[in-house]
Design a protein around this ligand. Structure first.
Ligand SMILES: [Zn+2]
Length: 107
């Protein structure tokens, strides 16, 4: 079980990851749970779905319900979300340079 501080920071990483995939193709909850688990992040639907709802409320994702009978909500990246992702890519590259490439454990 992750510590609260760890979870607090990883919540932001998960959002970046979601924005990234939503840019490539429409995403939905179960697929994202699998994708994040594949990266070693086993998060619960109870964590993911409120995150998706907040991202949609922020205007970064646009959700549409698809599939008759089965309520599957697909999310696509909005223009605002794309701007956020572009800015975050810059921040991530900068952070990566300093924290990883130039950090104490750097080769
Ligand atoms: Zn991924």
């Amino acid at each position: 079980m992750a510590q609260p501080i760890d979870r607090e920071i990883r919540l932001a990483f998960w959002k970046v990851h979601i924005l990234h995939h939503a840019e490539l193709a429409p995403v939905y909850g179960l697929w994202l749970l699998d994708e994040l688990a594949g990266h070693g992040h086993k998060i619960s639907p109870g964590t993911l779905y409120p995150v998706l709802a907040r991202m949609e409320a922020n205007g970064w994702l646009r959700g549409t319900s698809t599939g008759a009978g089965k309520a599957r909500r697909e999310f696509v990246l909005t223009a605002i979300g794309r701007d956020v992702l572009v800015a975050l890519r810059h921040d991530i590259a900068e952070l990566y340079r300093e924290v990883v490439k130039q950090g104490p454990g750097a080769p």
